[in-house]
Ligand binder design. Sequence first.
Ligand code: FAD
Length: 437
Amino acid sequence: MFFERIVREDASPSRARPMARIAVIGAGPSGLATVIALMRRFHRPFEAWMIDAGDAPGAFGDGPAGRAFTTEPARDLSVLPDRPDDFARWLKDGFLADGAVTALRGPQDLHVPRALFRDYAMARFGEALALRKDVRLRTLCAAAQRIDIEGEGVRIGFGDGESALFDHAFIATGFGFAQREVASWEEASAAAVRLVRQERPSPLTLVGNGPRLAAILLDLRARGFFGAIHVAAASGGLPQPHGRAQEGVRFGEPPAGRSLRDAFRYIRQECSIAEARDGGQWQTVVDAASARLSVVWRNLPQAERNQYRRHLLRLHRHFAIRIAGDIHRRLMAEFETGRTRFVPPCAPPSGENTIDCRETPSANALAGMLGCDIATLSIDDCGRLLVHDAPLRGLSVVGAIASSLRPGPFVFAETVRQVYRSVLSAPLGGLARVSGG
Ligand SMILES: Cc1cc2nc3c(=O)[nH]c(=O)nc-3n(C[C@H](O)[C@H](O)[C@H](O)COP(=O)(O)OP(=O)(O)OC[C@H]3O[C@@H](n4cnc5c(N)ncnc54)[C@H](O)[C@@H]3O)c2cc1C
């Protein structure tokens, strides 16, 4: 029997309004935001299971990972879409009031340790739960291995042969179990300890090119690891910095065409016009183009979507997910020392001194759980999972994993908006039939 913890057990289902039974698979930032959204927007009694293969909700704020800074400034990290400045206000009220800490800039511009962001999200989680006496929450440490549509519900199968039936499941499995962040931090730290003990140590190789790679590399140096570090980055580049805060770029109407080529021709054209007209930085233009691609996406046939997923998605993520300017400068300085250098990518990463720091959303794992071909899958604006363009009842896909099948969400504000759209559009009318192994 798997480990199970009940956050609240006192909620009792009323006879008139039966409890809906909901699974949220993945307890990273997206899973947490989904449960908060359910408590704020789903006005029926419900029982939610927060299922994670390894991490408790909020674990991304633990240990050295929690000391690393958020890639986005506070103004973009609200868990409440109706109050975009909520995190900045929480910081101001809790930490910057009374002159206890003097912020040189406004709190909205700060990149803070992720532990602080976790504390904020958990505070909002607790407040939302306190208002819902009709909600029961369970956290469950188990890996979801199969997802089957069964009658009116969704059956989730776990590794040990047990299963449970839900009215609806939100899949927030992000970078998957194989690329869990905690493993990257632990392995990097263990390899560094091993190498400093050796007389002629080989280099430590970090594979990846995103925020996780940046944070682990800088943390190793901050903790005094002076050995050679090789960075095997698929795109051959470092994560990119944010630009200056700028007004959005104005784009013209998207074409009615149904090809990726047409979509890109339109976006390229609009980008050049926008750059000439607004003097846009590439970051602002990429953001505007990402938003436009999401609109164009609706008209694209599945074959074109698959082309994007296979050939462009990785590059798109690389330029859309950006790090703080200060962290980027420290990374550049690190490469200038010569102790750290790029090497060709190695896939799959192997060897005890090669650490996998990649962040690839795991759509393949999702297709595996569903037992279907990834090329048949896509996601609509509300996070509904589509197979051959038809919604698969009872399943929503939110957060980073969604961005493995369509353009975005790439940043937290988009994730939160997508989570709320998913919660509001989930057809949660039916009565759950409960069974377990
Ligand atoms: C230094 C650093 C700073 C960052 N700053 C930001 C930021 O400012 N804004 C931002 O949006 N993001 C930021 N990120 C990324 C962020 O931490 C998240 O990883 C990312 O947003 C994706 O979140 P997620 O919840 O979708 O997925 P994940 O974080 O990957 O979480 C998915 C969870 O699902 C679980 N899981 C996977 N497969 C299964 C399965 N089959 N069964 C059960 N459980 C499963 C995993 O164990 C994991 O806990 C940062 C990352 C780093 C390293």
